[in-house]
Design a protein around this ligand. Sequence first.
Ligand code: CMC
Length: 427
Amino acid sequence: MTLKYINAVISDVSNDNSLPVLDGNLGPSAVDIQTLYSRHSLLAFDPGFRSTASCKSAITFVDGDNGVLLYRGYPIEELADSSNFIEVAYLLMRGELPDAKSLKEFQDLLHQHNLLHEQIMTFYRGFRRDAHPMAIMVGVVGALSAFYHDVMDISDADSRYLAAVRLIGKMPMIAAASYTYSIGRPQRYPNNKLDYASNFLQMMFGSPVMEYTVDPVLARAFDVILILHADHEQNASTSTVRLAASSGANPFACIAAGIASLWGPAHGGANEAVLKMLNDIGTVENIPKAVTRAKDKNDSFRLMGFGHRIYKNFDPRSRVIQEQAKKVLAHLGKDDPMLEIAIRLEEIAIKDEYFIERKLYPNVDFYSGIMLRAMGFPVNMFTAVFALARTAGWVSHWLELQEESHGIDRPRQLYVGKPLRHYPAKK
Ligand code: CMC
């Protein structure tokens, strides 16, 4: 591979007014390079999308330098404080907060679509009983496309909206069943007298033989977790959903693709990895050793729950979640040594030159696992909870893409393989 510099390759790119600079409403401007190849026979190379805006979007804005996150213009802190997940899901999908009547209609619609077809329940039985809930979720959500493919017309706005509602409505039962199946407990059905968070908690923790009373403090804390994870602009899983959707694929299959992408430890799987890391650290005395390992380039160990591709400042969600984690632990009268280790680890890391220089701060996953664990969630359900929340964001991006489709997404590549060569002649 040869290395040249842009002005040595073409001198007129910088003066080319076919490459306009586009201004968004907030955030950096973007050079529109759509005609770069046709006019200059050049491709842009940006494999990790560090400098590439893959689409226009009006849903969520992140200012990573200043630690700002807005859903449709509303700061995440205000939504976490005053809103609820259903209202936020409506906001993400529709662009505006609902009035009381629209909220009630939306809630009723979700209730109407929160049950899984009984045949879907037979899918669960095909999984090993110790299957990871995310593996089950990928399979079951993908399988929903087999149930709603023929009735789905993605060229019709009402049909698209119904698919989005079905996904948000059914996801709590899908996620809860991924857990109850693994412990061999019969799955409970949704209860339409309950709100979204409470309903998930009763399906997750309730048993068919005992009344389950939802603790309103835990339900509210869980609702905040859902709000905080609902969307985060063009992250890996959302981009996966968009890429899959750009071919016109079935929405349930597209969301299954998003779940697969979310699962990795660099993305949604990080909350699970944080708990494992805190557990391995074990005591406050071992923190300096862990920090030293995280800084060692010859060691693959990283501080899980630290760093973010976009946030070069505190992730605003981590502040809210730290507060919630403390509230939940106090409410439950639990004194989790993990919380102490996490707080001390954060204090030590954010004062360390390595982390300061690289602008590595705690992200949303750093405290969410502690809180979920205190609420009784097994570690392997943490990412499933993330998927439950992020469904609101995924379907919003799916809806947005369908409205403004620019055709199929088809990245190019910088080919570094063999040049043309010929199959050896047979002797
Ligand atoms: N611990 C130690 N060093 C780190 C860490 C970390 N957690 N994160 C980044 N670095 C270092 C990295 O080694 C590199 O150092 P150098 O410049 O000397 O080579 C520098 O910081 C820049 O890192 P990067 O890999 O270029 O950053 P990235 O934007 O590609 O990766 C990340 C972002 C989130 C994948 C990464 O910070 C990471 O692996 N963090 C731990 C996993 C995690 O918490 N993920 C959850 C992300 S938030 C939830 C979500 O969006 O899904």
